[in-house]
Structures are given as structure tokens and as C-alpha cells.
Write a protein that binds this ligand. Structure first.
Ligand SMILES: [Zn+2]
Length: 335
């Protein structure tokens, strides 16, 4: 936060800005971020999502809904009018949604109350993007409707979409299927009209942005992470090849260990050779390896990297500008 403040001042930025406390999991996580000046709180109730609910037998589901306000929920949601783009609940699908997300919604309520006790003016996002199974449009409706009913005022919601959103690389999956799915999710957000759709691991999803723009226009929150780091490495690969090679080889060494908390699928045996270093930044496997090993690289070569970027500052800023412009351009609604 201090670094960000310094950067904002150095850039003489005089428009509003804010910082997002991302993926907070427990009430105790919140206070230090409020104190540091964060105004956006993304809470991640994924530990309370029951991923096995998609596969559980009806008998198991019946046992699991005990204690989750089943009578109230069935009275509220088992009205099948067949009019909604996101579909209707029957007993079984409502049981699955309740078991899958019921406790996560309760946790979101707890977290919202806790933030409210600590600060008045803030944005609140609920994200289930890092769960195992995709959030169906019907489940999205359920989560949003329940949170509103329970007085959680949220700015944005991050479902887990179909296909794979991995770090630092484009979308992996069927774009036509994603388009159809987005259509239904956007029907839900339009129905409520109060919150934004949030896209996590949103950097470098160039094939997805036009679809996002088509369905949500400006009512979208895109989270990009690590992409500035990879752009920095692009500069280093070109201008300081020795340093880059050290970072890359360390990355290969640390990948298996460092990737454990990430959703990535790069494989070391599919990495290209090292005769053209800058081109590694365009390779799927090399990008993911470099991305998830940034911590190890900064620990070992942080000072060297910093000095090298200072030396090639103009090239770095130009690279960043181009990369962000590419994102923003594709995220604009094409009229
Ligand atoms: Zn996320």
C-alpha cells in the first residue's frame, strides 16, 4: 500500500484511486487492511463451498441441507415459472445449490458485517472463482439473491466460469460455449442491476474481452495480476539476457513447488529451448512458469531486477503501456 501511494504521488495522479484487499478468507484478515487504507474488500468463502454437492446422491443432499434453512429456501425458490434465462430450480437443483453455496453465503454475510463494523464507506466483492466446479447461471442467481435478501451490499461478484482462466495466459476452453454461458450470467446481473461482474485471473484473456464487453459493457471488474511482472521480464529478456536466463532457470527449478497455490497447467517438459529469450514471453508454458515463480525470483534476484528496470525504465513503461492498452482496447464495447 505504501509503494502504491508513492507511485500514485510520483505519477502526479489526481483522480480517485483505491486498493483491493483480495481474497480475504477470515474475519481476522480484515482489520489490518482497513487500517492500511484499503477501501475494496474481496472476500473468498471458497473454504465453505461444498464442491462435492454436484455429485452427491439425493440421500446425501437431504442429510446435508439440515441446518441450512431448507424450508424457507424451498418456499422461496421452488416457483417454476419458466420465464428466466438462467432457468428454474427443482427440488434437486435447489438442494445442490444450497449444499454447495449455503455455508459460503453465510460466511459472506459474516464477513460483510465485520467490514461494516470497521469502516463506513467501502466496496465489497464476493468471489468463488477459485472453487473446483463452475458456478451455473442458476447458482449465480441464487448467490446474488440470497446475499441481497440477507442485506449484503455488494459491488461485484466473481463466479467460477466454465473453461479455465489461468494466470498470465489466454482463456482455455470453448469460446462459443462461454459466450452462451455469459449470456445467461448477464441476464442475472441485468435482473438485479446493482452489481458488476468480476473477472479474476483476468490478465491476458484477449479472446474473452470482446465477449465481456458485449455482455456487460462497462459494468465489469477485471482483475489482472502479475502481468506487469511478465512485461518487466520481457524487457529484461531483450536487454539483460544473462539476468533473464538466471531468472528463467530458477523458475524451472522452483515451478513444481511454487505452482501449488495456483491454477496453472504448464509442463516443464514442454518448455521451448533458450536460443531466443524474448520469444519465451510468448510461450504458454514459459509464461506460466515465470509467472508463478515470481516470489522465488524476487527473493534471489530482486535487487538486480530492480536495477535493471531502472536502467531500462523507458522500455519498461512503453511495454506496460502497450500491454494495458491492448487489454483496454478489447474491453471497450465495439459499436
Ligand atoms: Zn480470484
Amino acid at each position: 500500500m505504501d509503494d502504491a501511494k508513492r507511485a500514485v504521488e510520483a505519477a502526479k495522479w489526481d483522480l480517485p484511486w483505491g486498493a483491493d484487499a483480495d481474497h480475504l478468507k477470515t474475519p481476522n484478515d480484515i482489520a489490518p487492511f482497513v487500517e492500511a487504507g484499503y477501501t475494496f474488500f474481496t472476500i473468498d468463502p471458497s473454504e465453505h463451498v461444498d464442491n462435492s454437492a454436484d455429485m452427491d446422491s439425493l440421500g446425501t443432499l437431504k442429510q446435508k441441507v439440515v441446518g441450512l434453512n431448507w424450508d424457507e429456501l424451498s418456499a422461496l425458490y421452488l416457483i417454476q415459472d419458466g420465464n428466466q434465462a438462467w432457468g428454474d430450480f427443482d427440488t434437486e437443483s435447489l438442494m445442490r445449490a444450497t449444499v454447495k453455496y449455503g455455508r459460503a453465503i453465510q460466511h459472506a454475510v459474516t464477513m460483510f458485517k465485520h467490514v461494516s463494523e470497521l469502516t463506513d464507506s467501502f466496496d465489497f466483492e464476493v468471489s468463488v472463482d477459485e472453487t473446483d466446479s463452475p458456478t451455473t447461471p442458476l447458482e449465480h442467481f441464487f448467490i446474488a439473491n440470497e446475499m441481497m435478501r440477507l442485506d449484503v451490499r455488494f459491488t461485484s461478484l466473481a463466479p467460477r466460469f466454465i473453461g479455465r482462466f489461468e494466470k498470465g495466459v489466454d482463456y482455455i476452453g470453448d469460446l462459443n460455449a462461454l459466450d452462451t454461458e455469459f449470456e445467461k450470467h448477464s441476464a442475472v446481473t441485468t435482473h438485479f442491476g446493482t452489481y458488476k461482474m468480476s473477472l479474476h485471473s483476468g490478465s491476458d484473456k484477449f479472446s474473452v474481452y470482446p465477449l465481456v464487453a458485449k455482455h456487460w459493457g462497462p459494468r465489469i471488474h477485471v482483475k489482472t495480476a502479475g502481468t506487469s511482472y511478465l512485461e518487466a521480464l520481457r524487457v529484461i529478456a531483450k536487454h539483460e539476457p544473462d539476468l533473464f536466463l538466471k531468472i528463467y532457470l530458477l523458475g524451472c527449478e522452483c515451478y513444481e513447488m511454487d505452482k501449488r497455490t495456483y491454477h496453472v497447467s504448464a509442463q516443464l517438459n514442454l518448455l521451448p529451448g533458450t536460443d531466443d529469450l524474448p520469444s519465451l514471453l510468448n510461450d504458454f508454458h514459459a509464461r506460466e512458469v515465470l509467472h508463478v515463480t515470481f516470489g522465488s525470483a524476487l527473493e534471489r534476484f530482486g535487487m538486480e531486477l530492480r536495477a535493471a528496470l531502472a536502467k531500462h525504465e523507458t522500455a519498461y513503461y512503453e511495454g506496460l503501456r502497450t500491454h494495458f492498452q491492448e487489454h483496454l482496447w478489447l474491453l471497450q464495447e465495439q459499436k
